[in-house]
Design a protein around this ligand. Structure first.
Ligand SMILES: Nc1nc2c(ncn2[C@@H]2O[C@H](COP(=O)(O)OP(=O)(O)OP(=O)(O)O)[C@@H](O)[C@H]2O)c(=O)[nH]1
Ligand SMILES: [Mg+2]
Length: 668
């Protein structure tokens, strides 16, 4: 733990989020170079020296910064902070190897060395006493100032002070804010486990693994196709053209929602920021028979290997594997017809136009699964990453401690000009992984896509065959489908004497179970070719079976379903009666759509509505079922009171939807 000149204690800690330290000091860049900081994870360090010519901050704005405050803030600054002139920015995007951890935890933040900063801390205290500003004002003004000063400004900092910007989304802003009054110690941080205690700890635990170890391979998004534009009622008015007739144009079609595979994406990380995707609405029709413009389409770009499900449902809607694949997910709503479309021999002056059809909407769950042909699975430290690095050009992190691999790595193995396969090195599996122990379960689903598996066994383990059994069991517990995949077993680390000794008994035991294991040494590159050739052969066998299945995939199946629902006949309906409230509910997709597209502003719409209900048999059915005067009838969103015109010729009132009276139903 270190103490800054302003009394702020800083713990060296393991950080999950991109954090930005900004130091401003009235010193030369050389002086600032004495500040040594080593940071873990994605931490950006900006050391900022104030030049002599730079104007000093006004007392008011200076006083807004209380000494030694440590603030966590969302990364929702209007202008993203940039490394400033005279400063230095370093961004770590990966964890350093474990060996380096001790060095990092022992790292120092030597703010004490900065004499100038110390002096200014006193100045600031003085100023703060002179001109006190409330905390809320402080926040607001601070933000304003950041906007004003932009990137070239002082970022609202005064000498000897620093802020910690937490690089997450604004939503987490409050949660992580830990402004410290008593000496500025950053509390709630559990150094051992690498996350914050209290609220934050709960949050992290809930998700299973700390954020830095999570890969963004699941997302939930909302998609909505555009609603069609409304049709209009208009009449042609032109000199020398008496009674020009109806000329109301149709509304434009709503925009579609597409999903496209983008080769450049390798995670679903962008969906953390953008969740809602709405296609544009069709424009309304206009007079002179002008149809509305079509709404703008929206294309949701996903990474290859994305599986799409409707939220909360297990059925897979789409599986997008190949870059460039584009699927129509939700078709936009049809534009409503204008009165020109309603012109007929019997009605030459139609005063009716339709609303645009509502665009369908849904919440989707996206899940990214690796598009790998072969998956290397095994216990932690078995040498999976080493094997991948030997057989492909991939350079995964290799180190002698469990869980070196936190996210799956991919490598392309090429045997020949046209025979290649993609191999995935997955994080190590522990006993109980299917219940969430270790990291493996987070990634087990990636093996669902693999056509074959390589079980890598650490030959130097105490009981290699138990290790194999434990991993097999985990796979079976997680998903029987994965367990059924063809696999080969490779006994690694044969260069070590203890592994060499254990190999004969291991081989014997597996052979007794009908499995022919391979032995190899990834480090010495011995036996690896045999292993990977055997995996390739397994793959070839499997691919032929899968090919037939892939040919049948229809990418537009969701849109087809939506269209099918839309074209549901108006004659298909069901009537539910609630005797308690005397309510009759008429349910049918076709009828519902008809009600939604009816524009009740026009009188002719009511007539048409009545006519349709009679024509499709709703009126008759209701009468058969014994509807009585004063009963409530609900069709789609429309709620009406049944009015038997034979008994009472007065109009019934709609409870909802429109003010005008409706004479419905009217029969003789
Ligand atoms: N002697 C010997 N050591 C090996 C061999 N293969 C891997 N190792 C060592 O085993 C250690 C772990 O190797 P990794 O490739 O990181 O193991 P891993 O299975 O990817 O581990 P996790 O990512 O933690 O699951 C490293 O120190 C490797 O150098 C081998 O064939 N012989
Ligand atoms: Mg590894």
């Amino acid at each position: 733990m270190q103490t800054t000149p302003s009394g702020v204690k800083l713990q060296n800690y393991f950080c999950h989020y991109p954090i930005r330290f900004t130091f401003a000091a009235k010193s030369t860049p050389e002086q600032m170079a004495s500040i040594s900081i080593s940071c873990l994870s994605r931490i950006q360090v900006v050391c900022r020296a104030r030049t002599r010519n730079e104007p000093r901050r006004s007392p008011k704005s200076s006083s807004k910064q209380s000494n030694g405050k440590v603030k966590f803030r969302g990364n929702s600054l209007k202008a993203p902070p940039q490394p400033l002139a005279g400063g230095e920015a370093t961004t770590y995007t990966r964890l350093p190897p474990k060996d380096d951890l001790s060095a990092v935890f022992a790292a120092e933040i030597k703010l004490d060395d900065c004499e100038v900063a110390k002096l200014n801390v006193k100045d600031e205290t003085k100023l703060e006493n002179e001109d006190y500003i409330s905390e809320e004002d402080e926040e607001e003004e601070e933000e304003e100032e950041e906007e004003e000063e932009g990137l070239g400004g002082n970022l609202g900092l005064s000498y000897g002070q620093f802020e910690i910007f937490e690089g997450e989304e604004g939503e987490d802003e409050d949660k992580y804010s830990s402004e410290n009054e008593d000496g500025g110690k950053i509390e709630n941080f559990d150094k051992e486990n690498g996350y914050y205690e209290g609220e934050l700890e709960e949050d992290v635990k809930e998700k299973g693994v700390p954020a830095v170890m999570r890969c963004f391979d699941r997302a939930k998004i909302f998609v909505k196709a555009g609603t069609g534009g409304n049709g209009v009622v208009a009449f042609r008015r032109e000199k020398y053209v008496p009674m020009g007739g109806p000329s109301g144009g149709d509304g434009g079609r709503g925009g579609n929602v597409y999903v496209e595979v983008d080769e450049s994406m390798n995670s679903l990380l962008p969906f953390r920021n953008s969740v809602h995707f709405r296609a544009g609405r069709g424009s309304h029709g206009q007079g002179r028979m002008q149809s509305g413009a079509k709404g703008q389409d929206v294309v949701v770009k996903v990474a290859p290997g994305t599986v799409i499900r409707e939220a909360g449902k297990s059925k897979v809607l789409l599986e997008l594997l190949v870059p460039g694949q584009k699927a129509l997910l939700l078709p936009g709503g049809r534009g409503g017809r204008g009165n020109a479309s309603f012109k007929s021999g019997t009605n030459k002056v139609p005063r009716i136009a339709e609303n645009g059809e509502e665009g369908p909407e849904m919440w989707l769950e996206l899940e990214l699964k690796l598009v790998a042909d072969v998956g290397i699975v095994g216990a932690p430290n078995a040498g999976k990453s080493t094997l991948l690095s030997v057989i492909s050009a991939a350079q995964p992190t290799i180190a002698n401690y469990p869980f070196t691999t936190l996210l799956p790595n991919l490598g392309v193995v090429s045997f020949d000009y046209d025979s290649t396969m993609v191999v995935a090195d997955l994080p190590g599996l522990l006993e109980g992984a299917h219940r969430g122990f270790g990291l493996g379960h987070e990634f087990l689903r990636h093996t669902e896509r693999c056509s074959a598996l390589v079980h890598l066994i650490d030959g130097s383990a105490e009981q290699p065959e138990f290790e194999f059994d434990a991993v097999r069991l985990e796979l079976e517990m997680f998903s029987p489908e994965i367990a059924e995949k063809p696999y080969i077993v490779a006994f690694n680390k044969m260069d070590l004497p203890e592994a060499y000794e254990k190999w004969p008994s291991f081989k014997e035991k597996l052979q007794a179970r009908g499995i022919e294991p391979f032995c190899m040494s990834a480090v010495k590159r011995e036996g690896t070719h045999e292993v990977i050739s055997a995996a390739y052969q397994l793959l070839q066998k499997n691919k032929e079976a899968e090919k037939d299945f892939e040919d049948q995939v229809n990418l537009n199946q969701v849109a087809d379903l939506v269209n099918k629902q839309r074209s549901a006949s108006i004659n298909d309906f069901e009537i539910f009666h609630d005797s308690g409230s005397n309510t009759w509910n008429v349910v049918g997709a076709g009828l519902q759509r008809f009600v939604q597209m009816t524009n009740w502003r026009y009188l002719d719409s009511e007539r048409r509505f009545q006519h349709v209900l009679e024509a499709c048999g709703v009126t008759k059915s209701l009468m058969k079922l014994g509807v009585k005067e004063g009963d409530t009838v609900i069709v789609g969103d429309m709620e009406m009171v049944w009015h038997d015109s034979a008994n009472n010729p007065g109009p019934s009132k709609a409870k909802k939807g429109f003010e005008d009276s409706i004479k419905w139903p009217q029969w003789k």
